[in-house]
Design a protein. Sequence first.
Length: 242
Amino acid sequence: MDFKGKVIVVTGASSGIGKSTAELLLENGAAVIGLDKNESSMQHERYRHYCLDIRNEQQIVSIVNEVENLYGRIDGLANCAGIYSNSKPFFELSFEEWDNVISTNLTGIFLLSKHIAGKMMKNKAGKIINISCIRSRIFRPEMADYAASKGGVVALTAAMALDLKDYNIQVNSVAPGFTYTGMTAESFNDAQIREFSESIIPAGRIADPKEIAKVVLFLLSDLSTYINGETIFVDGGFKISK
Ligand SMILES: NC(=O)c1ccc[n+]([C@@H]2O[C@H](COP(=O)([O-])OP(=O)(O)OC[C@H]3O[C@@H](n4cnc5c(N)ncnc54)[C@H](O)[C@@H]3O)[C@@H](O)[C@H]2O)c1
């Protein structure tokens, strides 16, 4: 996939799926703007990093304007930043706990997409990719906040795609299954948890974040011009086994 001359913004770029996406984009020639609440270890002449909280609209507006002034355009956005749930039944969640997950995983995508779509609309071209999760469709107890945020991402993706239909901007989502990242390392380093997880995945193994990033790149590329409002599950067959 050729991303030479393309300017792509990646959130959650300091770790896991976002970091793999940024690395793969750089390997394929893109200029990458990484956004994360944490610093990045990435060193590359085409990589620029900003620390921001994706829940903070003021920070977003000022960084998006700066990026447009520096690069003159934004061709793609990969919304990869996210957090896991509080692992409690919904009736024990405080408003603050609920709101922290929803505002990061859902409102953050809305805010970034709103301000970057505004720039893309001027060029009548763009791609927005949102990271959802298998937990948008397949549930277990004690994840109401997370599941609601990820189901919301699927719906938001489709709704944004329709709002942008006259601007040649496609909006799609990727729903990963169990993936080894900063978010899950502690669990998957526990042999028992890993063995159990692998036993319920038809592929028989946990994904490497690069395997998710490859699909994000496909959706950001010119290979996917007729896919719109879609959510692609990248889960080693987990969904179809349920
Ligand atoms: N790892 C999995 O098994 C898995 C499965 C399905 C979906 N996902 C989703 O993939 C996405 C990426 O997760 P990951 O597994 O790579 O986790 P990760 O923890 O490795 O990376 C997430 C990144 O998002 C950043 N971030 C979190 N809150 C932020 C905020 N408010 N502002 C800015 N940056 C913020 C973190 O600093 C971190 O660098 C998440 O949306 C997650 O829900 C992960």
